[in-house]
Design a protein around this ligand. Sequence first.
Ligand SMILES: [Zn+2]
Length: 206
Amino acid sequence: MEVVVYPVGSYMNQESLVDQVVDFLGAEYRPTHVLLDGEDYTHADTVLEEFQDIAFYWNRERPINRVPSHVLALMEDLDCHHLVWLSRKAIEEEDILFTWILAHELRHIYQARQSLSLRFLRREAQNIRCQPKYLGLPSGPMNPAELDSDIFAMRACEALFGMSKLAEFTARRRLPRCPFITYPGYLRDLEQSIPIAHRLAQTLVP
Ligand SMILES: [Zn+2]
């Protein structure tokens, strides 16, 4: 794995956190490249909308047009198969949220490598959203692959930071992808409701 930092020489703490998280999660989650991109794309209308996101996962099936030159250089590298792009917003976040965002993207790599079927998750996600306490959640972030990635990210943060630090964090902050106070509880209920075999696949045993 190559961790590329832009501009070169910045974000050394987050660079080593990437190494720690990837080493902890293991080979199936290892990207070929991670880009810590310190560029500000707030007003960049010539690049893909994805650069307004907090992070994304790219592989060779995805487009390479309308990307900035320092990102294109990576995407054109034939050794680059699984790239995790992390925005300046993500890099400048506190460690636990940075780890959540990174683990979420790394789970997309696992999903791609395993051709994971998440049909069961779609059904359960809909059932649980019918509970009165979750009716206020938006439908947009409820794609099964995204929910699977968030459940995984939650487990990764719990394993790396401990249950009490994670509880303190989810009580204090909102997650960028779905900034609703009930969302972490929804993820927990969803994880509990999915078949045990799938839940075990989610569980991290260091
Ligand atoms: Zn995602």
